[in-house]
Structures are given as structure tokens and as C-alpha cells.
Design a protein around this ligand. Sequence first.
Ligand code: ZN
Length: 172
Amino acid sequence: MTLERLWASWRHQYVSQATEAERQGGDGGCVFCALAESGPPSPENGIVWRGELAFAVLNAHPYGSGHLLVLPLRHVAALGDLDPAESVALWEATRSALAAVEAAYQPDGANLGANLGRAAGAGIPGHLHLHVLPRWSGDTNFMTSVAGVRVLPEALDESWAKIRKAWPCAGE
Ligand SMILES: [Zn+2]
């Protein structure tokens, strides 16, 4: 049985912007720094919340609907490089992200974690980011094996609106 992939054209703008930023090199080459400087939260930049030291954005390559990344605004690779205020802000934003995802999606559970370094699977190891991912019993693996079709998540702008509405604390 072949695994069919559904075309996700709604990702195109976000991905091409990120790729363009990556090409520019230097500090400007960090996709996450480019996002941090991309203005207030909007469906276009995918940012769902932004504080003074941290922000949260929809993952451009989601494993499932509601997959968020929570990051410090500053370009920092390691947990140990965060100053105390950033550390608190990052964790508070992570708690809020989880609360928003739970309120918006009512998942059966959630994954929360970080890939530190390329060897651990980080796609962009230079800028620390935490994954928050809602999970459901069965998830889409079931569909993949039974129907031969990978169920793609809802459109990113739809996820953005849901999570933005469900976000529990103040920010931009
Ligand atoms: Zn960066």
C-alpha cells in the first residue's frame, strides 16, 4: 500500500519565508530570530503570543494540529545561557501554551520537550525552542496504517485563531 501525501499549499508562504531568512546568513539567518522580529502576532507569521522575553509560534512543520514552539526572543542555544528572567518567562509561556492547546483542542494528552543539539534532532539547534504538542489516543498513526493516507493537520491559520483565542495570559 502506498502512502499518499496530501498537498499542503497553505504552508507554502510560511516555509518560503523561513527558507529565505535561512539563506541570508549570520544572525539574520536564524529563522526564529526572523520570526521574533516579524511584528505582532498574526496568521501570517504564525506567532500566537509574544511577551517581552519569550514568544510562541505555530510549528511550520507540525506533527499534528496545535503543534507549538515556545522560544526566548533572544538567540540563545542552551538552557544555561538564559538569564533568570528569560528562564522564568520561557517556562511561564510554556505553561500558557499547554493551557491554550488543552483549551483549544481538548487532547487526551500532550508532549512537551526540547531537542538540544543536532544529534538530538533539533532542526535549528542555535535557537532554543520547546515543543508543545497535543496528542490523542490513536492519533493519526491509525489512519496511516489503515487508510494509507496521512491525515494532515488543519490549516495553520485555523490553528492560529483557535490557540490565540485560548491563550490564558497577557501579551501582545
Ligand atoms: Zn535566533
